[in-house]
Ligand binder design. Structure first.
Ligand code: NDP
Ligand code: TDO
Ligand code: MG
Length: 284
């Protein structure tokens, strides 16, 4: 299976590169602000499958830079997907819980109505719609709260802040599933190989780690597992103002993912232990 991947420095891209031989394109190779370049890269490589692991992920920054976010998260995936459809090859794309409005307290199913609260979610939703409209075989994998030993994420932020402070205030009224990038990489690769054989598996799927937790409880588990002494104080979202509004309910129903691709919902506490072990090994 010859895989072309957009992204190489990101959390998910790095975990894919660890697991499979891929031709990966960094920002220097192809900039996603140029959708026509993305399509040309697909045509030039003519692979068996394309995975898009690149995105504009700065949620607050997107509020004041929606034009760039829309190009990277909306137009570029659309151009990639159309190039794939022309070649008749599957396109694997990653999306987010932030396409939902976060109301209620039951897990969102893949066909639940969307209603993004901010620019990042709006642009990611536009990407999903463009991928579906391209009409080729595809998997849109929505995930949430991605963590790994590399890049920017909540685990790394907590390890840094927890070492500096003995008390942190963390929002407790946003609930979702932290998801190790390693598990997303596994699903992307499973979907890639299975869609080549079975394009009828095309659709939108959810992968989020379980059990669902608040950011505050997630922080507590990070400190418990890493042996850091830092008190976590629950606060409401209203006490942590940010440019972008975030969904209160990020719970996602993973059942279709397990039924279709055979991958069960991962336990993020196990993934967290692996991430902390990797970070410790790097420190030497
Ligand atoms: N992070 C999270 O919590 C979540 C992420 N997702 C989705 O998962 C996917 C992977 O996310 P994750 O691995 O965390 O992403 P990261 O933020 O770790 O990495 C983003 C990647 O996109 C690349 N990129 C950004 N802008 C451009 C551009 N203009 N041209 C080329 N490359 C660009 C970055 O390159 P460079 O290093 O050069 O900037 C980097 O490789 C994305 O689709 C994201 O929307 C979904 C839910 C949660
Ligand atoms: C650092 C800090 C954060 N928080 C809150 C803010 C926010 O609600 C929550 C998480 O902060 P982050 O900045 O990591 O959140 P954010 O960047 O919004 O994370 C999101 O990224 C995008 C790309 C996605 O697709 C989402 O699934 C989600 O992972 O923690 C506190 O309450 N106290 C703190 O000290
Ligand atoms: Mg962030």
């Amino acid at each position: 299976m010859r895989i072309l991947m957009f992204g190489s420095t990101g959390q998910v891209a790095r975990e894919i590169e660890r697991r499979a031989p891929v031709v990966s394109l960094s920002r220097e190779d192809v900039d996603l602000t140029d959708p026509a370049d993305c399509a040309e890269a697909v045509r030039a490589e003519a692979p068996d499958v394309v995975i898009n692991a690149a995105a504009y992920t700065a949620v607050d920054q997107a509020e004041s830079d929606e034009i760039t976010a829309a190009r990277v998260n909306g137009e570029a995936p659309g151009a990639m997907a159309r190039a794939c459809a022309d070649l008749g090859i599957p396109f694997i794309h990653i999306s987010t819980d932030y396409v939902f409005d976060g109301t209620g307290d039951v897990p969102f199913s893949p066909d639940a109505p969307t209603g993004p609260l901010g620019a990042y979610g709006r642009t990611k939703l536009a990407g999903e719609e463009a991928v579906r409209a391209a009409g080729g075989p595809h998997a849109i994998i929505r995930t949430s709260w991605v963590v790994s030993a590399h890049g920017k994420n909540f685990v790394k932020t907590m390890l840094k802040l927890g070492a500096e402070r003995d008390r942190l205030t963390i929002v407790a009224d946003q609930v979702g599933g932290p998801t190790p990038a390693a598990d997303i990489a596994e699903l992307c690769l499973a979907a890639a190989s299975q869609l080549i054989e079975a394009p009828e598996k095309s659709g939108t799927y959810h992968l989020s780690g379980g059990p669902d937790v608040s950011w505050a409880d997630f922080a507590r588990e990070i400190f418990a597992q890493s042996g850091i002494t830092c008190e976590v104080v629950d606060i409401p979202t209203s006490d942590f103002p940010t440019p972008a509004k975030r969904p209160a309910n990020s719970r996602m129903d993973n059942s279709a993912t397990e039924a279709t691709f055979g991958l069960p919902r991962p336990d993020w506490r196990v993934g967290l232990a692996a991430i902390l072990a990797e970070l410790q090994a790097e420190e030497g």
